[in-house]
Design a binder for this molecule. Sequence first.
Ligand code: B12
Ligand code: SF4
Length: 493
Amino acid sequence: MNILLVDPAQRDGVPELYENIGIAALAASTRQAGFETETILTHLEGWSYRRLGREIIRRDPDVLGVSLLSYNARRTLHLIRRLKQDGLRSRIVVGGHFPTFNDEILLREWPELDVVVRGEGDITLVELLKRWESGDDSEQVDGISFREGSDIRRNPARCLEKDLDSLPRPVRDHTQRIIEMGGTLHMVRARGCYANCAFCSIASFYRAQGGPGWRQRGIESVIGEMEELTARFPGVEMKFLDDQFIGPGRKGREDTMSFAQALIDRGWDVPFSIFARADSIEPELFGTLKAAGLRSVFVGVESGSQNQLDACDKHTSVAENRRSLEILHDLGINFIMGLIFFDPYTEMGDVRANLSFLQDTQHLWGPRGNVLSIENRVIVYKGTPFHDRLTSEGRLEGDYIDCTFTIHDWKVRYLSKLFHLLLKYILPGVSVVKLFPAHLRLFRKNIRNRFRIFFSGRSCRTEEARIDLTNYEAPLQSSTQSSTFSIDKGVNS
Ligand code: B12
Ligand code: SF4
């Protein structure tokens, strides 16, 4: 039985450089169980949806597994529909955050989908595939939803696997290329989060499955993986994707200390970055983490207004936020702060408080600035407390894939539109004009490189991809500001 696992692109044809650890984890589990699994990271290939469709048809897998986020769901679902119309005979399984919270409506509206996997897929997918392989179509597998006649069946949630070390390490099918193209090395040491911020779906995603909200791998297992990866990719910075690198309470702090100490004892200098809540940042722990290789921290500051922090159920204070930045600054650790400027309840006082927070902390920022963007309007997803609150207040607009809200205060509403306009259209326009000579240089370089490859007779994929990337580099930095900044709503802490 051959399986194809796909991470669809977010934007048509724009290469992004990361290994999708969810897909890599599923590939590892299914291969360990004896299945032939191939993975496609569309964003890495720089393929359009049309090209992705052709590649799927060409491979003709028995099972097509697709990872969906709200952002790529609509286009991907339409692609699947089109492929089915064109005769694709694969069984289709979707999973990830978006399907987990929208399983029923997806199965009702998209008959092309066979199964939705809810929550973690590592064990669920393997069980499902084994049943299908043995010709058992009864679908008695925990953690899935599927169609039975005209009904939608939701099997019980699968209990979270307590021992993350029992799962195989994610495969690294694409990491070599990613690194060669200048991307980062993704790692996971812990899954889940003990908090429950109003704009974030992490808590509901993991809690729906029962079991501990935050789980970590054993120190030796993580260090073993780091060792293997540093041997393969020396000098590369590792980015820990854990929603919360530091676990809850005293134990969480002690375990992180032990992890850092174990790295120090090995005498390595492996640079790494993490996500952390402001209230988990303190001098001793972060001093030790720095000695262990910590280079940068994404801090979930969210706001410089106490009202807004409370509305987001952040359970931190403005003073804690400021202090966390001071600590990182004093220790010489880089940071980026995630800042939500506009949420459904923002008032002018919050905007003012945010601006003055930025002003007060500016002396702590690095030379290139540390805020992703000031436009930052929260995105509301199903599975988040904001989504439930706004639904009960009747304030959500749009559909289950793409929904938005209106901000109560009309002044804030217009300000948010103005910021959006500025960041999405005017600033990129200005920078395109400013960067014109650089664009021209890149264009010439691109042509030169193509000639070089043509005459040297090499058809090296990495080399070609590198050229494509250079091509995209300058426009990306300027024109995608509005989507780049919003990543902090996806990558929260
Ligand atoms: C790293 C990361 C990124 C990276 C890389 C993305 C990636 N997929 O690797 C970058 C920076 C590019 C990114 C961007 C965005 N992200 Co992001 N990101 C994350 C983060 C922090 C880690 C992902 C991860 O590796 N997790 C660890 C692995 C093991 O878990 P997993 O990916 O969930 O996979 C498991 C299950 O979901 C399931 N599963 C997943 N796919 C499939 C497919 C099948 C077939 C099956 C059976 C099961 C299955 O099984 C997997 C193994 O257990 C998550 C938060 C999180 N903890 O998940 C947010 C998160 C996924 N991102 C989120 C968002 C919103 C975004 C953005 C839209 C942000 C933005 N505004 O631009 C963009 C969109 C990206 C896109 N291409 O569409 C949200 C998704 C919410 C939603 N409902 O869609 C999350 C959940 C964060 C949050 N706080 O809510 N992100
Ligand atoms: S935003 Fe960060 S701290 Fe809050 S629930 Fe999500 S992962 Fe946890």
